[in-house]
Design a protein around this ligand. Structure first.
Ligand code: KG4
Ligand code: ZN
Length: 344
């Protein structure tokens, strides 16, 4: 089965063709980083306009690179939640139009679930049946979401702990901004941290009263701000530390954030009634190689599944891949885009 996936939930316009849920025939991503970097974050209105301009050329390229035409496709899949509402609408409406004109089934995909699915794709490609991966602990660490989920399947899960303020990627971006680094900040923090001493600054992880599995990054971020720009400063204040301290601060922030994640993953695993077969990581922060090392060295945890190259950041191959396992919409014209998705 050939699935055409469409992804426009934030600042990447992407289309991909995936066969039987795992074999990627094409995976075209047009990033808008250049457009948003000067503003220090994604500007929704600009993101929507760029999606509208570029989606058809991206679709054409995805078909061409896969060496197929629309008439070879069996399903259209689109990320319809969560994300920026205007941005989601561009992809959803394009997918609806395609489904209606080609008479193909339309599948709605949750973008965050697709991030987790991306990490399962290599094992599935090797022939492991999807059902054999569960129960698994889903670890979502993206720019928009951070949570731990008990997964019974690729799309049924229970949230066990979540952030009460910023997502982890967002915290990386905000700390990067404090240190004068451009958007997106995650990869730049990782880079700076390589030459920093992670034990030099006394940072503490965020705690949420009586909810040991929940995350909070806002206190940690303010801590970084005051260390970088002085007590009581704000993000517009002038940086008061030199280059080497910047590296130490980046390293200290990264270490505290990752150690906090390990602590909560471990606690979740200890509380599980049935042991998790895998830790399934999803979202942009899972690109971070220092995190992968930290998890590997933590010991006594289930084996970790990481998104393969090209599938960690926003892309449409994960959308098309997951759609293979889902049930199409009964009525494509009624599919709606939803900005936020309910976390039980
Ligand atoms: O999953 P993603 O592409 O978008 C959302 O669905 O939100 O994640 C983007 C986020 C950004 O906040 C970015 O700074 C972060 O992932 N990120 C990283 C790294 N690469 C991307 N964070 C830490 N280390 C990285 N190497
Ligand atoms: Zn994403």
């Amino acid at each position: 089965m050939l699935v055409l996936g469409i992804e426009t939930s934030c600042d990447e316009t992407a289309c991909a063709i995936v066969q039987n849920g795992t074999k990627i025939l094409s995976n075209v991503v047009s990033t808008q980083i250049d457009l948003h970097a000067q503003y220090g974050g994604v500007v929704p209105e600009l993101a929507c306009r760029r999606h509208a301009d570029i989606l058809i050329p991206v679709l054409d390229r995805a078909l061409k690179e896969a060496n197929v035409s629309l008439s070879d496709i069996h399903r259209i899949a689109v990320a319809n939640t969560p994300g920026l509402i205007g941005a989601l609408l561009i992809g959803v409406n394009a997918a609806k139009a395609l489904a209606m004109t080609t008479n193909l089934p339309l599948v709605a995909v949750n973008h965050v679930e697709a991030h987790l699915y991306a990490s399962m794709m290599p094992l599935l490609q090797e022939g492991t049946p999807l059902s054999e991966l569960f129960p698994a602990l889903g670890v979502v660490i993206s720019g928009g979401h951070t949570f731990l989920a008990h997964m019974e399947s690729a799309s049924s899960y229970k949230i066990l702990g979540k952030t009460v303020d910023d997502a982890m990627g967002e915290a990386f971006d905000k700390v990067a901004c404090i240190l004068g680094l451009s958007y997106p900040g995650g990869p730049k923090i990782e880079q700076l941290a390589k030459t920093g001493n992670p034990d030099l600054f006394p940072l503490k992880p965020g705690r949420v009263k009586e909810r040991p599995l929940d995350f909070s990054f806002s206190g940690l971020k303010t801590n970084v701000l005051y260390l970088a720009k002085g007590q009581g400063s704000n993000k517009h204040s002038v940086l008061q530390i030199g280059a080497s301290d910047k590296n130490h601060l980046a390293a200290s922030f990264q270490k505290v954030a990752f150690d906090d994640l390990v602590t909560k993953i471990r606690l979740t695993c200890q509380q599980a009634l049935t042991p998790y077969k895998y830790l399934v990581f999803g979202g942009g922060v899972s690109c971070n190689l220092t995190l992968r090392e930290t998890i590997q060295q933590a010991g006594n945890l289930p084996p970790a599944l990481w998104p393969p190259k090209g599938l960690a950041l926003d892309n449409a191959a994960m959308i098309a891949g997951l759609a293979y396992h889902l049930v199409p919409e009964p009525s494509p014209l009624h599919l709606e885009a939803k900005a936020s998705f309910f976390i039980p």
